[in-house]
Design a protein. Structure first.
Lengths: 234, 216, 216, 234
């Protein structure tokens, strides 16, 4: 089983279709599958439901798919950095489902773990609870949230081996590991593609079972908020 | 004389206890990290998947893979560990974080918090705020006592959509400090030259005045 | 002539497809790993937290920190990864394992499985069996066609407490191979010199005989 | 905050009481907190409810606490290797709650993650489902299982630093990471106690926030099934 593909376009070959649900890893622009997002745009697939914590910025990441109007609906926790998004949302072209960030993360984990529903205190008594089943445990109220899965998960890792074993780097891990488990097919782009056996088996974040296709790619890694201290400052 | 942003932050830093794990919101709450008392060891959590957040990087330390929940570049410490967003919110939801300090638009006298949405305006999303207020052991709000319009922000009931119900334990405003528990809201401290009368005029919420009210 | 344990195991090895992730139960199922066909790459999962299980260790390779779900010492491979029990069963429950091969006490004609408990005897526990049959994409049972007493083990309904309901896809016994789907149980293959008549006599479950029944 | 204690007895000082609930890590005898279990026995705390995948063997691990009859109830998935257990169970002295292994692992994770209940397909239609709420998702039946927490979790790691950051080794990881999150107090014994900064922050399995006390200890690491192949065999 060869999981290694030549490039992002190859890696998405045969996997995309109109109306599909896609998960895209990353937090802000950190740890996003830059190359696979571009390839998804180029595939032309439209009416997409995209599950991603954020919506990119106007000219990078998921912003590309907003520009081309390929996204029909976003499931996110925060979309504040994207004017294209705002315009399309306010005009009614784009549907939006907000999830508290931890609820979103857990729904994705649950989807990958075969858990169709779970209870959380997050959002009880707020708009988020509307229409959701409520249950008491130990005298406290909780709401039920459901598991999320996708037809295709696009994720970004630091190192990967040819079996699909992955390691993420620093806060670029974020949503990527759970999304890897929740896609019917999961495609990953890595900075370094290594031979099997080169990753420490105790340090593998995502076992290869979750990865169907892998590419090595170059990453721009754009920074949203470049905050600096002067040398000597604390 | 009402407290400045820095004074409010400094005041909030009294919340820190040795060994605490703390999540700080964006804005004034971030400033609180500058006032960690000597001899008190506090570990900062960033909900995008990091425990042990360090200061902003110098120019040559900038790393695109290392940001906080405000998407700002930061640094790691020797104690730092990284984890996924699911693990991060398991930590938050599971009650393992001792303290969260965050901003607010409105707080009710029962401790309801509104800080994520203004109807009619473009909504950016709640991010991790609902999870933090639901899961963290102690929630402290820092905010201006009144809106720019002069409107009260400490209300009988929040008008804006809620972030959480009965979640706020303490509010630090430029005018003073309020504690909230099952018996209601209580003014415990006043900024210099601020009177109880002034606070009452600028507050819609009903509050008691603590017997041992501290006047600065 | 009924199949031997090894022949049953060899038969089961046809289930392996290139790229499959497989969990093997204790006993005869473990033997199936000896018959992975050439050119077919299979990765074995052990539910105590390992993907990529290697063979037993040589004397000097023995490592107390490296055991399989049967608590036997094993080895790792170059592809191996380790994870927690929660992550391991997330993998199983989430439907990521392609195939589980396990033993059984009883199987019903609808694919109910009983393999963990005999009332009145000391119960050891179900371990991971209930999770495996509920979560894995395809479940294949290898077992003797009859109990030592001669009693049928392929039943209309299981008598013993169940491990899972409608979970078995295929049964390989010493007498033949049975497939189960929504239309019921079907005999698809016979061991050498075994007749349909003999199978019927030794089986309580109702089954059809496949049009293309294979006689070995 | 100094988390480092001198030895197992010291580390349990003030934490034990009669009738308490304890989680103990390990799978079989692999990765069990050997020294803390002995110290728990020596503490004399009785009427314990112990949550542990297995019950040790007669003369090692949790078997010690069975010998002294300090355990009132076990919550486990498999207890087949312990005669003391069998005797006490059959005589009615010992209460036992079986959980499917994956359900047990997930209940512990849920307990630590603030999730009071979740749905699983595991056990539907079996004895395990009796008395549990059943719900349909997508036309399939699931049962609700609840989160588990403990007054005290005893776990065993490979390396730990003085902040309580931990790494586990190979299959000795098993139940330890989840139990670390589900104890009101969690005490860990490690083989190597290292300085802060010596563990790779991308490879830490359990962040120090979950650990209140840590000791360095020696481990017998007994093997239950020593299975060997001859050199040259596959």
């Amino acid at each position: 089983m060869d999981k290694v593909y030549k490039n992002a376009a190859d890696a998405l070959e045969g996997l995309t279709f109109d109306g599909m649900t896609i998960m895209a890893g990353g937090f802000g622009l950190c740890g996003i599958p830059e190359n696979l997002i571009t390839a998804l745009r180029d595939s032309g697939a439209k009416d997409l439901t995209v599950i991603s914590n954020n919506a990119g910025v106007d000219d990078f990441g998921l912003g590309f798919l907003l520009q081309t109007r390929q996204i029909k609906k976003m499931i996110s926790s925060y979309v504040g950095e994207n004017k294209t998004f705002e315009t399309q949302y306010l005009s009614g072209e784009l549907d939006l489902e907000f999830n508290p960030q931890g609820t979103l993360a857990e729904r994705i984990r649950a989807g990958g773990a075969g858990i169709p529903g779970f209870y959380t205190k997050t959002g009880v008594g707020t708009l988020i609870a509307e229409g959701k089943e409520e249950k008491e445990f130990g005298g406290e109220s909780y709401i039920m949230e459901t598991g999320l899965v996708a037809d295709l998960s696009l994720i970004k890792a630091w190192k990967g081996d040819t079996e699909g074993n992955l390691m993420f780097r620093k806060t670029a891990r974020n949503f990527n590991p759970m999304m890897a488990t929740a896609g019917t097919v999961t495609v990953v782009e890595v900075e370094e593609l290594v031979k099997v056996g080169e990753l420490d088996p105790d340090c593998i974040h995502t076992p290869g079972i979750y990865i169907q296709r892998i590419i090595k790619a170059k990453h721009e890694k754009r920074i949203e908020q470049r905050t600096i201290r002067q040398r000597g400052e604390d | 004389m009402p407290w400045t942003r820095e004074e409010m932050a400094k005041h909030a830093s009294r919340e820190f206890q040795d060994g605490f794990y703390v999540n700080l919101g964006i804005g004034i709450p971030t400033l609180v990290a500058n006032y960690i008392p000597d001899g008190v060891d506090v570990t900062l959590q960033s909900e995008n998947g990091m425990l042990g957040m360090g200061p902003f990087p110098t120019e040559d330390e900038v790393d695109a893979d290392l940001i906080n929940a405000g998407k700002q570049t930061i640094t790691e410490l020797r104690r730092t560990s990284y984890f996924s967003s699911a693990d991060s919110f398991a930590m938050i939801r599971g009650g393992h974080i001792d303290l969260s300090i965050l901003g607010a638009m409105e707080v009710s006298e029962e401790g309801d918090l509104a800080n994520w949405m203004i109807p009619g305006k473009m909504v950016k999303g709640m991010g991790g705020a609902m999870d933090l207020v639901a899961g963290v052991k102690r929630v402290v709000v820092i905010m201006d006592h009144n809106a720019k319009s002069g409107a009260a922000k400490l209300l009988k009931n929040c008008v804006l959509p809620l972030t959480g119900v009965k979640v706020v334990d303490r509010i630090i405003t430029d005018l003073g400090v309020f504690d909230i528990d099952d018996s209601g809201m209580r003014l415990t401290e006043l900024a210099p030259d601020v009177t109880v009368e002034e606070v009452k005029q600028r507050t819609e919420a009903a509050f008691k005045v603590a017997d041992d009210l501290i006047k600065n």
